[in-house]
Design a binder for this molecule. Structure first.
Ligand code: DX5
Ligand code: ZN
Length: 236
């Protein structure tokens, strides 16, 4: 049995530029947009909340003119609040953060929305879905990690599927009571061989880093991979 949200018929694909060629980022984000990406997933790591170090607001600002699709900033940083205005100014459209990384979750969500961005909470594989319960009306997105955050190219953790169903149920209950739409995104280890069950369990937005950028774009590689991801998602 699945609890797929029929009100979200279109699967959004969000290639993570963590696996892109950083020496050619402008070209890479243009290529994924041309190949049909719905969002640019932008992984920010601080070597404190997670044991890796990536990119910040300056890079977000640099790629902004290269695409028109939304930039989906996933903050794996602690603390969170001081970076939010910088990313909003740099052109981020969606900003998500891990609740364990901020002292005041409600305040951080409000700050993101006050700056004109969509706001979301990210739950690690071992984080409780109860983090969502008192802030459902403040959320535009829930991002479920299906790997432990910090690195691309890891293997999908199967227990994410049950969690997806639980969060999808919460979202549907919220919407049945007149609540706002909330996107449900999955991040980590998404490939053609599991995207079907992921979508069937309730995801409407899938991050794919190594699955997309692992295939060279020469010869239309990114478009082919994304078409295959959508085909496998629809087949389930
Ligand atoms: C991990 C990141 C992911 C990652 C996904 O901490 O949040 O976005 O880049 O990469 P793949 O799709 O390769 O698992
Ligand atoms: Zn991510």
């Amino acid at each position: 049995m699945t609890t797929r949200n029929l009100s979200a018929p279109v699967l959004r694909l969000a290639p993570s530029i963590l696996s892109a060629d950083f020496a050619r980022l402008g070209e890479e984000v243009r290529a994924i947009q041309a190949a049909g990406a719905d969002l640019v997933h932008f992984d920010v790591m601080d070597n404190h909340y997670v044991p890796n170090l990536t990119i910040g607001p300056l890079v977000c600002e640099a790629i902004r003119p290269h695409v028109t699709i939304p930039i989906d900033v996933h903050l794996m940083v602690e603390p969170v609040d001081s970076l939010i205005p910088l990313f909003a100014k740099a052109g981020a459209n969606i900003i998500t953060f891990h609740p364990e990384a901020t002292k005041h979750v409600d305040r951080t969500l409000s700050l993101i929305r006050e700056l004109g961005c969509k706001a979301g909470l990210v739950l690690n594989p071992a984080s409780s879905v109860e983090w969502l319960d008192h802030v459902m009306d403040r959320l535009d997105m829930v991002l479920l990690m299906s790997v432990n955050p910090g690195f691309g190219g890891q293997k999908f953790i199967p227990s994410t599927l049950a969690k997806l169903r639980a969060v999808r149920q919460r979202i549907e209950t919220h919407q049945a009571r007149g609540g706002q739409p909330i996107w449900l995104e999955v991040d980590g280890g998404v490939k053609t061989d599991n995207i079907g069950v992921i979508v069937a369990a309730g995801a409407d937005t899938c991050v794919a880093g190594s699955a997309v950028f692992g295939s060279p774009d020469a010869g239309g590689g990114y478009a082919t991979v994304m078409r295959e991801l959508r085909r496998h998602a629809a087949a389930c």
